[in-house]
Design a protein around this ligand. Structure first.
Ligand SMILES: [Zn+2]
Length: 98
C-alpha cells in the first residue's frame, strides 16, 4: 500500500503548513456582478463546499487576528475586506469551537 498523501495548506495567520483537514477554509464567493461598490462576499466555509477562491486558517482566532492585521486575505483575494466581515468571521470562529 502506498502511504496516503495528506494535502497540506498554509495558514494565512501563522504561516504554518498543516493538513487541510485541520484548517478552516475562508472563501471569496465569485462576484455576481462587476461593480466597484459591490462588497466582496467573504466567509468562513465550515463545510468546505462553498464555491469560490479559498484561503486557509488554523482553527484559532489568534490566526484570524494575525491574518487580519497583516491583510493576508486582502492579498489572497485581491480585494478590500470591510471590518464587519472580519468581525463576523471572528464571531463564527469563536462560536465554532463548542
Ligand atoms: Zn495558524
Amino acid at each position: 500500500m502506498r502511504p496516503k498523501k495528506i494535502p497540506m495548506r498554509m495558514c494565512a495567520g501563522c504561516g504554518e503548513m498543516k493538513p487541510k483537514k485541520e484548517l478552516i477554509r475562508v472563501v471569496k464567493a465569485p462576484a455576481k456582478e462587476e461593480s466597484e461598490n459591490a462588497a466582496p462576499e467573504i466567509s468562513i466555509d465550515l463545510t468546505g463546499k462553498k464555491p469560490g477562491r479559498g484561503a486557509y486558517l488554523c482553527h484559532d482566532i489568534e490566526c484570524l487576528k494575525k491574518a487580519r492585521k497583516a491583510r493576508r486575505f486582502e492579498k489572497a483575494f485581491s480585494c478590500k475586506i470591510p471590518d464587519e466581515v472580519y468581525d463576523k468571521m471572528e464571531g463564527e470562529l469563536a462560536g465554532a469551537d463548542g
